[in-house]
Design a binder for this molecule. Structure first.
Ligand SMILES: Cc1cc2nc3c(=O)[nH]c(=O)nc-3n(C[C@H](O)[C@H](O)[C@H](O)COP(=O)(O)O)c2cc1C
Length: 191
């Protein structure tokens, strides 16, 4: 079955550990689901403006800041959403956090304007994350943030693959490949 994967990429480093982890995930994914078209939305390149809490979306569809159309279209078409990001200050790097804060328009659509399905097509999501220390709290916090954000976006977070201590050592490639395989196999019935 043909599927659309949207990767929300949160690292400023083209050759960093986040990209390496993403590549490992996509290799394993393509082994099982070769008919997937993959679109990368790079938060640093797209440079989405932060939410200004202007209240526009409480009353009208969309957003008062006109830089979100591409994200909206890509998200609408996606079957699979992969959030690939480093931990910065126990959270997402600022450009990716801005992308998620701007999803407030979907929350307002659902809660204030009673739009039942801001996104008609259901989506399955994965979080891929790297962090420099041995403190995994940032990954857990991002999982909580994503679950909240996705709750009004017809999106279910199926699982996470993370790698710590990246400021001290390279990625454990075999370990990551096995973790991705396990995660994908555990979810074959819903993918
Ligand atoms: C601004 C900044 C904040 C960071 N905050 C954390 C943190 O809270 N916890 C942590 O374990 N690592 C933290 N790190 C380390 C990064 O998560 C780590 O270097 C990671 O490998 C960066 O991803 P990249 O290789 O894709 O650039 C931080 C790094 C930067 C630059």
């Amino acid at each position: 079955m043909e599927q659309n994967m949207l990767v929300l990429f949160g690292s400023p480093r083209e050759r960093g550990f986040t990209k390496e982890l993403l590549k490992l995930f996509i290799q394993e994914w393509n082994n099982i689901y070769p008919d997937t078209s993959i679109h990368l939305f790079d938060a640093y390149q797209e440079n989405i403006a932060p939410c200004t809490a202007c209240g526009f979306c409480r009353h009208k569809e969309g957003c008062s800041i006109p830089d979100y159309q591409l994200f909206d279209t890509l998200y609408c078409n996606a079957d699979i959403v992969v959030v690939a990001t480093p931990v910065y200050g126990l959270s997402f790097p600022a450009p990716l956090k801005a992308v998620f804060d701007r999803t407030q328009q979907y929350y307002e659509a659902y809660v204030s304007r009673h739009v039942k399905h801001p996104f008609a097509k259901p989506k399955k999501a994965f979080l891929l994350s790297v962090y420099g220390s041995d403190d995994k709290r940032g990954v857990e916090i991002m999982e909580q943030q994503l679950k909240l954000t996705f709750s009004v976006m017809n999106t279910k977070l199926l699982g996470t693959v993370s790698a710590g201590n990246t400021d001290r050592k390279p990625l454990e490639v075999k370990e990551i490949q096995n973790a991705v395989k396990r995660l994908l196999l555990a979810n074959t019935s819903v993918l």
